[in-house]
Design a protein around this ligand. Structure first.
Ligand SMILES: Cc1cc2nc3c(=O)[nH]c(=O)nc-3n(C[C@H](O)[C@H](O)[C@H](O)COP(=O)(O)O)c2cc1C
Ligand SMILES: [Fe+2]
Ligand SMILES: [Fe+2]
Length: 400
């Protein structure tokens, strides 16, 4: 894909990873992704971020189509994670930059990754600006969004925010701008990305959004390091981030389960029938069919999570343990939960899952529910009772 001018003399020079399925080894990218890098042509020619190591030649040729690499003066490293810095040693070697700008934590992370003592690193503080000639770059530290080194670069003359991993989505496309896509699809991908990458840092996101608002930064374009650039709807993604971060919940329940012989699945269906009868939006997701990151994408705005597993060797099935570990780490807030499952003789799984949910701060209105072997009509009626009780708790919480 060729370099694309996004503002006068500012070019997207990134790489599109059309075939990516597994993002960073733990989340599914449903539409591939891109590693966005930006080149500003000014008195000081400046490259913002690089791409993953595998795509270093793509970046090289993009940049080379505009300038010779040795003509570049500065590199700005907004984030040291390897999807954006993997090509950095290669580019530093080709460019021989006068300066490499990074945050103080970025300096430490660059040393931790590349062990180079002869790079011309220059640490910039939160609020500091540098001049490129006709433009300034204003740096905003965004510590822990989502790494300690993360920062934004803002160019006031262009009203452009280069936002690192924030406001991104995993989308591979030759259409670089938001108005070339269906907005609902973009926002749904942005939510999926937010939930799996940024959700644990939601309190910091709210503070950052306030800080951006208070600083009165005029922003008419947000250029993230993954996916599509927001040029027509920058306000929409800012507003959506406020919604994602405040974890505004819908009257929706995600029923996640695994089963060996189908008994636990029968219980799940009975619970979901009652929830649906009560007007709750339901998603039934087998752990054999859905990746933990896709389940979290659905759970992002759901008030309740129902976890169901049969007892297996005195505990829950391993896919449920995987999911719960992942879910807990993302720190969802204000949620309701319930647990259930079939068992044969000892039946520990529902209580074990309930302990995890309670540890993660969930409120469980009902006790863990278990059925010995295959549920008969009476046990399925108990499941429906649990569903009805949970539905009224969901309604109370969401104001339905
Ligand atoms: C390999 C294996 C290990 C099991 N371990 C236990 C156990 O430790 N305690 C228990 O109560 N039931 C245990 N069970 C019995 C199942 O929980 C029981 O068959 C249950 O009805 C299966 O539910 P499902 O149809 O949803 O898979 C085990 C079953 C299998 C196949
Ligand atoms: Fe990152
Ligand atoms: Fe990234």
């Amino acid at each position: 894909m060729p370099a694309i001018e996004i503002k006068n003399n500012i070019y997207w020079v990134g790489a599109v990873d059309w075939n990516l399925k597994n993002f960073h080894g733990y989340a599914m990218a449903r539409r591939g992704t891109s590693y966005n890098a930006y080149l500003v042509l000014d008195d000081k020619i400046t490259l913002f971020d690089t791409v993953s190591e595998k795509f270093k030649w793509d970046l090289y040729h993009q940049v080379r189509s505009l300038v010779k690499l040795e003509e570049i003066d500065y590199i700005v490293v907004n984030h040291v994670e390897m999807d954006h810095s993997g090509a950095l040693p290669f580019m530093v070697d080709k460019i021989q930059p006068e300066k490499i700008f990074c945050s103080s934590m970025g300096e430490k992370a660059i040393h931790g990754h590349f062990h180079k003592n002869d790079w011309p690193l220059q640490v910039v503080k939160d609020g500091e600006s540098i001049s490129l000639g006709s433009r300034n770059v204003h740096f905003l530290e965004t510590r822990m969004l989502h790494w300690p080194d993360s920062m934004f670069s803002y160019i006031p003359q262009d009203k452009l925010l280069i936002s690192s991993d924030a406001f991104g989505q995993n989308i591979a496309s030759q259409k670089l701008f938001d108005d070339q896509h269906d907005l609902n699809l973009l926002l749904s991908e942005a939510r999926h990305y937010y939930t799996n990458i940024i959700l644990p840092f939601s309190p910091l996101v709210l503070k950052l959004l306030d800080k951006v608002q208070e600083a009165g930064l005029e922003i008419d374009m947000i250029a993230p390091d993954h996916g599509i650039i927001w040029r027509s709807h920058p306000g929409k993604i800012l507003q959506s981030y406020r919604e994602f971060a405040s974890q505004t919940l819908q009257p929706k329940a995600v029923l996640v389960y695994d089963t060996m012989w189908g008994s636990t699945e029968k219980m799940v269906k009975a619970v979901s029938d009652a929830l649906a009868e009560e007007g709750i939006d339901i998603r039934i997701m087998s752990l054999k069919s859905f990746h933990h990151s896709d389940i979290m994408g659905e759970f992002s705005d759901a008030a309740a999570l129902i976890c169901a597993s049969p007892t297996h060797n005195n505990g829950m099935l391993p896919l449920m343990a995987d999911f719960l570990t992942y879910m807990k780490g993302l720190k969802p807030k204000n949620r309701l939960g319930a647990t259930l499952g079939s068992y044969g003789w000892s039946g520990e799984a529902p209580a074990a899952m309930a302990r995890v949910l309670e540890d993660a701060g969930f409120e469980l209105p009902e006790k863990p529910l278990r059925t010995k072997f295959v549920p008969a009509h009476e046990q399925l009626a108990q499941c429906k009772e649990l569903g009805r009780s949970l539905a009224s708790a969901i309604k109370a919480r969401t104001g339905l």
